[in-house]
Design a protein around this ligand. Structure first.
Ligand code: WAQ
Ligand code: MG
Ligand code: MG
Ligand code: MG
Length: 243
């Protein structure tokens, strides 16, 4: 019998007078039946004591996935660029994204969005040439889900492990030109740019400490088949493993 796998997802929010609902934290994991309990506990822990605030709503979803649909792929290669200032960090990110075909205009849109939105739950899909937003999800965005490492004991900290798995899944789609990310957590200033050719390029710092704006931008090609792209990101189960 094939081993059963479960998608285990968390989202935490706080009621906020200004924002209505403020996004605190989210998480997505895949595990076998015996891993459900420790994973739920890890996700609950992640939602609690969060620097974005005190969650007063936490939702955990556990859902069986068809294991014959799981795709396996290797992680992107990781490099780190340290710069002297946020300005330098962002200009490094722009330089790299330009080199893989993202237009100046699309970069302007992307940096404006990530520098101003403080309450984004998922990612924004932008046409890499026109900078037009292609998804219609507003602040919900597109949440990459059904993603994890096959082996939990990768020697990386939890945040990097999570972000690298996500970026590897995103980069694996032929429609992805590149991704730009920095955290919405006020205490985390490292971000990254990634795609299948450049790998996962961590850049630090990309934002100011104390700042709650951040998110993810997926730059896509003109050829994108939006529905199938979003279905891949949200629903196709992916386990990351080294070859
Ligand atoms: N799918 C799509 N977008 C997401 C997801 C997801 N599964 N998870 C987070 N986001 C978006 C959402 O807009 C969040 O507000 C934003 O990204 C930031 O999420 O190598 O920690 O979990 O040192 O705060 C990158 C660098 C850290 C890690 C990113 O993001 C490293 C990070 P956070
Ligand atoms: Mg989060
Ligand atoms: Mg995260
Ligand atoms: Mg966050």
């Amino acid at each position: 019998m094939l081993k059963a796998y479960f998608s285990i997802r968390m989202r935490a929010a706080e009621r906020s007078p200004e924002l209505g609902e403020k996004h605190i934290s989210g998480g997505e994991r895949i595990g076998s039946k015996s891993q459900i309990e420790p994973i739920v506990s890890q996700l609950l822990n992640k939602a609690s004591n969060h620097p974005r605030g005190d969650a007063d709503f936490i939702q955990i979803t556990v859902e069986k996935i068809a294991c014959d649909r799981i795709l396996y792929m290797p992680p992107l290669e990781v490099t780190t660029v340290e710069t002297a200032s946020i300005e330098d960090g962002r200009s490094e990110a722009r330089k790299i994204l330009t080199s893989v075909g993202v237009s100046k205009h699309a970069l302007g849109v992307a940096f404006h969005l990530l520098g101003s939105i403080q309450n984004l739950r998922g990612a924004i899909i932008l046409n890499s040439k026109t900078g037009l937003r292609l998804d219609d999800r507003g602040l919900k965005g597109i949440r990459v889900s059904r993603i994890d490492w096959q082996d939990a004991n990768e020697n990386l900290n939890e945040r990097v492990r999570e972000a690298l798995a996500l970026a590897s899944k995103v980069a694996n789609s032929p429609f992805t030109i590149a991704e730009l990310c920095w955290s919405d957590d006020p205490d985390y200033v490292t971000g990254y740019v990634s795609n299948r050719d450049i790998g996962y390029v961590r850049i630090t710092p990309l934002k100011m400490e104390g700042c709650e704006s951040g998110g993810r931008i997926f730059f896509v090609s003109d050829e994108v088949e939006l529905e199938s792209y979003i279905n891949y990101l949200e629903r196709v189960p992916v386990l990351i493993r080294r070859d």
